[in-house]
Design a protein around this ligand. Structure first.
Ligand code: IMP
Ligand code: MG
Length: 183
């Protein structure tokens, strides 16, 4: 039998359905525009790959890798860009895609950074929104699911770089981690 890690929160079928809905909405909103989709690595890569295949307007993709030293570790809230965009986004309609918004630090930092490159428009899309934890206010244009204030894994989201390959989203059960001897 397949070992289920964590407590399943959002099953695969529900994710598929919601990603399709988001794709339909984004397709309608970007008809006739010059869409550039930016994936925030690593967490958003699974969602991003599914989302782009549900969007039916011409688009190009780019990637940014960031690491956050969030409010918990550093009160100044530092976001470090590990790998930057490889294309010019000036004058383009940009959609930034993130896995989860927690405090909002990462996305608000990226919003300002990308905005300074003068895109024609900039919108935000996040698969998950931990509404309760929000510290930095920002408008998220497309949200997959609101989630409770629990640590979640799967479908691209990690705990110390593990569990990204789970096809569903689960609440991390710390006893599973101990069972596997992972830290
Ligand atoms: P924020 O900057 O506080 O909004 O945190 C967002 C980032 O923290 C995301 O890009 C994730 O990488 C990570 N993160 C926050 N909550 C979770 C979670 O529950 N599971 C996995 N990663 C998370
Ligand atoms: Mg992330």
């Amino acid at each position: 039998m397949e070992r289920i890690f964590g407590k399943p929160l959002i099953p695969q079928r529900e994710i598929e359905k919601r990603v399709k809905e988001l794709g339909t909405k984004i397709t309608a909103d970007y008809e006739g525009k010059e869409l550039v989709m930016i994936c925030v690595l690593k967490g958003a890569y699974v969602f991003f790959a599914d989302l782009v295949r549900n969007i039916h307007v011409p688009l190009s993709v780019d990637f940014m890798m960031v690491s956050s030293y969030g409010a918990r570790a550093n009160s100044s809230g530092v976001v470090k860009i590990i790998s930057d965009l490889s294309t010019t986004i000036k004058g383009k309609d940009v959609l930034l895609v993130e896995d989860i918004v927690d405090s909002g630090l990462t996305l608000s930092y990226l919003y300002r950074t990308i905005k300074s490159k003068k895109p024609k428009s900039l919108k935000l899309c996040a698969l998950l929104d931990k509404v309760e934890r929000r510290k930095y206010d920002l408008p998220i244009d497309y949200v997959g699911f609101a989630v409770p204030n629990k640590f979640v894994i799967g479908y691209g989201l990690d705990y110390r770089d593990n569990y990204r390959n789970l096809p569903y989203i689960a609440v991390l059960d710390i006893s599973d981690v101990e069972l596997l001897g992972r830290k």
